[in-house]
Write a protein that binds this ligand. Structure first.
Ligand code: ADP
Ligand code: ZN
Length: 589
């Protein structure tokens, strides 16, 4: 239904004409006319200063001075007015139209012009919107990959893969699950740093289940035209439904579902909100037996609107973290499968030297190396090529020895995390440290150590004190190993937790002799911190606990060193490995 070009040109001419003529009339009607009183006019008439008068029936009349200028004055509307003028040798031009009609006409022309412009803009907007819709449908489906993508295309990420594998069976046999009344997750949220394989995992899920894969990006939905995002969501789901079972992938979901700033105010007319609501509506429109799964990805789970994470929405969340040494080796291996590597390339060593690299960076590294080798017409990709590629991948990084680039950071993180783990095991034998890692995760600054205290209904004062010491263990280890001047911001989160715990212990649970049994929240509301007596007492106590923590670490410094060294080597230690260091070696000594 294209409009002919001729029509467009004609419209353009009409618009220009309307605008120009209304402009002309406007200028002529107001600007150039000198407004004079009737008595002034009469005296000009007598002095022969008037050349011409335009006579009409309206309240005002216009005319021309002998000087060539124009005037406007009141119309006397007397019978002999015309005669008076003629007697005084003044030309009389009789116009039937009056100026209100002219003004009306001007206004009408103006309206036509505006209308035409509005029509054009609107017309273009719809075109643009249509174009966007069209471009979107290009991105959408990917069925031509013919389900060749499988979990074998994803290296590492074992836990994420396990979680997703369960869903393959659901997509294949949704009836089986609904027969048992099991509620199936509608939405899966994959979160983690960029380039860690989230898209890859979603594709693999579709590939393994042999269903079409539809993908869109959240930021695509933030459009100028109101309502377009929502209608795109609806059309995406409609398309997916038409295919029966499918995997719908929404990358950068945070672009749609950002946390709202004011808790209470939900600006319902915000475009992002509208799109998000459309998405949630579509998701809840699925029946359990349909076998469609929506997978969303984000780099920042913390900024997501909680509405997205509620049951029936993206209620299964899977972390996709940066790869550890082992996973890096697997990824490197995967991406050099079809590349001719020279004998001197040691992927194991390379995986050691690529801490903090994402899967995408590793892929990029191997690809760059291959490009360099090809450019040089070398028959194999050698270590030289990889060295060169290394710096291309780490754009912005200085040409330092690559193994030292991150070594300092790594060492600090290793000691910090070792501090947490050591203190956790030393304050109470009941504490389990299941994992220590120096790979950054979305939860922690530089890795995390998991400490699961045994299940208990109540926490004792001793438990809380221990937990505060565990939280302070990272900073304490940093200070002991690197000196008081070299402590880092890495303890930011730990201090937040420790402060929270000590405030509760002493100010709310009444566990401090000096502050007594008062719940200071009841006494002072949220302003506990403005009371200097309480603050002094809290600070005094946390300082004491910090000293105790340091003493504990110094006493066990050899363990701290061993944990840190093992972390530097392996990056991730599991429970058995930690206990090995702490107990078996201990009994030998
Ligand atoms: P994300 O969606 O997390 O940003 P992608 O899945 O788009 O990351 O990964 C980008 C590219 O990086 C992939 O196409 C692949 O080549 C490589 N890659 C990332 N992670 C992995 C992995 N775990 N295994 C194999 N290749 C990976
Ligand atoms: Zn810490």
């Amino acid at each position: 239904m294209k409009r002919p070009k001729k029509f467009k040109i004609l419209l353009l001419i009409v618009i220009s004409f309307a605008i120009l003529s209304s402009l002309y009339l406007y200028i002529n009607s107001e600007k150039k006319y000198e407004d004079i009183s009737y008595s002034e006019f009469i005296s000009y008439v007598k002095n022969g200063k008037i050349e011409r008068v335009n006579l009409n029936n309206s309240s005002r009349i216009r005319g021309k001075f002998t000087t060539g200028e124009f005037f406007i004055t009141d119309n006397p509307r007397t019978e002999n007015f015309k005669e008076t003028l003629l007697i005084n040798n003044i030309k009389v031009v009789e116009t039937s139209g009056n100026s209100t009609i002219v003004q009306g006409f001007t206004f009408l022309l103006f309206l036509v012009g505006i209308g035409a412009i509005a029509y054009f803009i609107n017309n273009n907007m719809t075109k643009q919107a249509q174009k966007e819709m069209a471009s979107m449908s290009n991105v959408e489906s990917n069925n031509e990959n013919e389900y060749t993508f499988t979990f074998d295309n994803v290296a590492g990420n074992e836990e994420a893969k396990e979680s997703l594998k369960e869903l393959v069976d659901f997509i294949d046999n949704p009836e089986k699950y609904s027969k048992y009344g099991a509620r199936i997750p509608r939405g899966i949220l994959l979160y983690g740093p960029p380039g860690t394989g989230k898209t890859l995992l979603a594709k693999a899920l579709a590939g393994e289940a042999k269903v079409p894969f539809f993908s869109v990006t959240g930021s695509d939905f933030i459009q100028v035209y109101a309502g377009l995002g929502a209608s795109r969501i609806r059309s995406l789901f409609k398309k997916a439904r038409a295919c029966g079972k499918s995997v719908i992938f929404i990358d950068e979901i945070d672009a749609l579902g950002k946390k709202r700033k004011g808790n209470l105010s939900s600006n319902g007319n915000d475009e992002g909100d509208r799109t998000l609501n459309a998405l949630l509506t579509e998701m809840s429109g699925f029946s359990d037996s349909e076998g469609t799964i929506v997978v969303a990805a984000t780099n920042r789970v913390d900024i997501l609107d909680e509405a997205l994470l509620r049951p029936g929405r993206f209620d299964r969340q899977i972390e996709v973290g940066l790869p550890d040494v082992n996973a890096r080796y697997k990824i490197l291996k995967l991406h050099s499968k079809n590349k001719p590597l020279s004998e001197d390339v040691n992927l194991e060593k390379l995986s050691q030297e690529t801490s903090y690299f994402s899967g995408a960076m590793l892929e990029n590294l191997m690809n760059e190396a291959a490009m360099i080798a090809a450019r040089n017409n070398d028959s194999y990709i050698n270590m030289d090529h990889i060295d060169k590629a290394f710096f291309t991948v780490l754009v912005g990084e200085e040409k330092k020895d690559r193994s030292s680039i991150l070594m300092k950071d790594k060492k600090i993180t290793a000691y910090h995390e070792a501090g947490h783990a050591l203190v956790a095991k030393k304050v109470s034998m009941d504490n389990r440290v299941t994992k220590v890692s120096i790979i950054p995760s979305t939860k922690g600054m530089g890795g995390f150590s998991m400490n699961i205290p045994p299940d208990k209904m109540y926490q004792t004062k001793k438990d809380i004190r221990n937990n505060i010491m565990i939280a302070l263990g990272g900073r304490a280890a940093e200070e002991i190993i690197f000196g008081a001047e070299n402590i880092t911001t890495g303890a930011y989160n730990d201090l937040q937790k420790a402060t929270d715990m000590i405030v509760k212990m002493m100010g709310i649970y009444g566990m401090d002799k000096e502050l007594g049994l008062l719940n200071y929240e009841v006494v002072l509301g949220q302003n506990m911190g403005s009371n200097s007596i309480i603050i002094d007492r809290l600070k005094n106590q946390i300082d004491e606990l910090y000293e105790e923590t340091k003493e504990l670490i110094i006493k066990n410094k050899s363990f701290l060193n061993q944990i840190a060294m093992n972390l530097l080597d392996k990056e991730v230690l599991n429970e058995v490995e930690i206990n090995d260091i702490l107990f078996r070696k201990c009994s030998i000594a």
